[in-house]
Design a protein around this ligand. Structure first.
Ligand SMILES: Nc1ncnc2c1ncn2[C@@H]1O[C@H](COP(=O)(O)OP(=O)(O)OP(=O)(O)O)[C@@H](O)[C@H]1O
Length: 266
């Protein structure tokens, strides 16, 4: 498979999106980028005249971690696709870093419930999928960051679900994204692995400084990870709540109180 066939919608690192890691930007693996702001101004999306997002206004600060929860079919993934620039609003505007989105945003990476690894590439080949100068070193560094440095030469088929998601995270990180868009990335994992992934993502988000948007059905996950939880209902923001709890969020009582409050808006 050539790079030209790799698609941003699959979470892959496409060649024209390589500015941070492969261009001589001066950024090294240890110099974190700054997250970008995201703004939706009266953004609507309709499919066949059915309104899925209805005049949404939302301002997300650079480096903020926002979780979006809501019922199935409520427009969460649609919102993520608009922010990624994979889809255009039917009306209104989506701005990333202050500029209106025009096509897939070069600084955004996506992660899905399914890791979407290429079975014919070893782990390191999946992470450094775009190749280019130093790709192996950059991919190895990203694998080290997610705790899989010693699995670089294995095939994806021998990895567990949690390890595959770590590889998907490394593949996103290798380009030093300014925005990480997470569409239920931990939805298929068991409870223990999910908690490990929460800790990993929290650490990486803190160290890298990217803006994170996490879609989840799990309100406790939203409370554990996000600065802010948004409930999307019938295409509009039903709740926009700051999670004012210190990290790491180990106070089960406070977490579950907040989770119950959020659930009442879903
Ligand atoms: N490309 C499309 N064409 C037509 N309808 C679409 C398209 N994409 C999404 N929809 C519809 O828009 C609505 C919202 O879908 P979306 O995937 O954004 O919801 P969601 O909140 O992410 O759902 P879930 O939690 O089940 O993943 C659904 O009714 C879906 O069928």
């Amino acid at each position: 498979m050539t790079n030209a066939l790799l698609h941003v919608e699959d979470g892959y690192f496409v060649p024209e999106l390589t500015r941070n890691s492969l261009a001589p930007s001066g950024r090294s693996v240890s110099s974190p980028p700054k997250g970008l702001s995201i703004e939706l101004k009266g953004a609507s999306k309709a499919f066949d005249h059915r309104v899925v997002l209805d005049r949404l206004n939302l301002a997300i600060e650079p480096g903020e971690f926002v979780a979006v929860v809501g019922r199935s079919g409520g427009g969460k993934s649609t919102l993520l696709r608009l922010i990624a620039g994979l889809d255009r609003p039917s009306a209104g505007e989506v701005a990333v870093g202050g500029a209106a989105a025009q096509g897939a945003h070069p600084a955004a990476r996506l992660m899905f419930q399914d890791a979407r690894l290429l079975p014919w590439q070893r782990v390191i080949g999946n992470v450094g999928i775009a190749r280019g100068p130093n790709w192996r070193d950059l991919a190895q560094a990203a694998l080290d960051e997610v705790g899989l440095g010693d699995r670089a030469n294995e095939w994806p088929s021998v990895l567990s679900g949690g390890q595959r998601q770590r590889v998907a995270l490394a593949r996103a990180l290798v380009s030093r994204p300014d925005i990480l868009l997470l569409d239920e990335p931990f939805g298929a994992l068991d409870a223990m692995t999910r908690v490990e992934m929460h800790q990993l993502l929290s650490r990486i988000w803190r160290e890298h400084g990217f803006t994170a948007i996490l879609i989840t059905h799990d309100v406790s996950e939203a409370v554990a990870l996000a600065d802010r939880v948004i409930v999307l209902r019938e295409g509009a923001v039903a709740l926009d709540l700051a999670v004012d709890l210190p990290r790491p969020r180990r106070d089960e009582d406070r977490n579950s109180q907040l989770a119950s409050r959020i659930l009442s808006y879903v």
